[in-house]
Write a protein that binds this ligand. Structure first.
Ligand code: ADP
Ligand code: DP6
Ligand code: CO
Length: 329
């Protein structure tokens, strides 16, 4: 069978997914809304090969841990089932984003895998079906099938839980400045962390209400390009998600000292008249939502604080795409 290569970009959640209603099918407790980013992506190549006696998975030139390769095999099994084949696959993937550092490598990884594996197996899935397949690998990957602003509609079962584009073509001159404060692998994976929050944080019921309110408020604000409202919502939503880590039993946190310092800098910039807002996923790396016109002020400030090599500027990015040329690195 032919090789198929796909590229998917990561996304940053503005209203976050933090908890599963069904851990096997990855049905979330709430809907969520994200922005796909142009700067960070994964390229994945898949070939089903009758000579193989097991799936071979190489990511960033290394074989995966047993837990990580199980997630890939799970998605491949779903593809094999749909394509009615038992052939094993060679999977080669390259992350152009730090892996497991809170920069959503699992989102780009499983969106790219869903696209490459399904096409390599001869399936032609529409984007809704791709979104559902990506979801089975990692929840945030559900949204990375689409570009721009994307909503993952929680649904209640496998058929009804998928992402839909909210605004795929973004004309709003906004940017997301990613501060790579620590590119290393986090100690608590998103999967473990959110499950601990669901089962042990007394604030979890309140979080579900927060998400419903934030989604209802952020959608019209995005359409109206109302920067302060969108920024205020995404910042408070992120802090309330992280409150679920601090309120879990045992408590944990994804923040490090630099994360706290970066958040303070955002507040200082704001006080001095430069509108910008912060968000963090499950990791210490802060992302700063800003208007393109303010990029010079903001990047200079963070470059002085952390070094220019740690300051990356991302813009709205595209949905998943297939690449025709084989991977070279
Ligand atoms: P992140 O913040 O990077 O999304 P997660 O804990 O959600 O962190 O996910 C990291 C996990 O995603 C890795 O441990 C691995 O299981 C999986 N992963 C990351 N990149 C790839 C890839 N290119 N191919 C397959 N699995 C990947
Ligand atoms: C904080 O999608 O990485 O980034 O579904 O267990 O693979 P799994 O978790 P993952 O969790 C993402 C959490 C988040 C918020 C978000 O992206 O919505
Ligand atoms: Co992830």
């Amino acid at each position: 069978m032919p090789t198929s290569i796909a590229r998917a970009h990561t996304n940053i959640a503005l209203v976050k997914y933090w908890g599963k209603a069904d851990t096997d099918l990855i049905i979330p407790q709430t809907s969520s809304l994200s922005l796909t980013l142009d700067q960070f992506y994964t390229d994945t190549s898949v070939t089903f090969d009758e000579r193989l006696t097991a799936d071979q998975v190489v990511v960033n030139h290394q074989s995966l841990s047993p837990t990580a390769s199980r997630k890939v095999r799970h998605v491949l099994d779903l593809v094999r089932h749909q394509a009615q084949t038992t052939t094993f696959a060679q999977v080669t993937s390259q992350n152009h984003v730090p892996t497991a550092a809170g920069l959503a490598s699992s989102a780009s990884a499983f969106a790219a895998l869903a696209a490459a594996a399904s096409r390599a197996a001869g399936l032609t899935l529409d984007r809704t079906a791709l979104s559902r397949l990506a979801r089975r690998g990692s929840g945030s990957a559900t949204r990375s099938i689409f570009g721009g602003f994307v909503e993952w509609q929680a649904g209640h079962d496998d058929a009804t839980s998928y992402a839909v584009p909210f605004q795929e073509h973004v004309t709003w001159p906004i940017a997301m400045v990613a501060l790579v404060l620590d590119p290393h692998r986090k100690k608590v994976s998103s999967r473990q962390g959110m499950q601990a929050s669901v089962t042990t944080s007394p604030y979890y019921p309140a979080w579900r209400q927060v998400v419903a309110q934030d989604l209802a408020a952020i959608k019209p604000a995005i359409l109206a390009q109302d920067f302060p409202i969108v920024g205020t919502i995404l910042e408070s939503n992120a802090m309330r998600m992280h409150a679920l880590t601090l309120s879990a039993q045992p408590a944990y946190s994804y923040f490090n000292g630099d994360s706290l310092a970066a958040m303070q800098t955002v507040r200082d910039l704001r006080a001095a008249g430069t509108a910008c807002y912060y968000t963090l996923d499950a990791g210490p790396n802060v992302k700063v939502f800003c208007q393109a016109a303010d990029l010079p002020t903001i990047t200079q400030r963070f470059s002085a604080q952390f070094g220019a090599d740690r300051v990356l500027v991302a813009h709205p990015g595209p949905g998943v795409q297939w690449l025709s040329e084989p991977l070279t690195d």
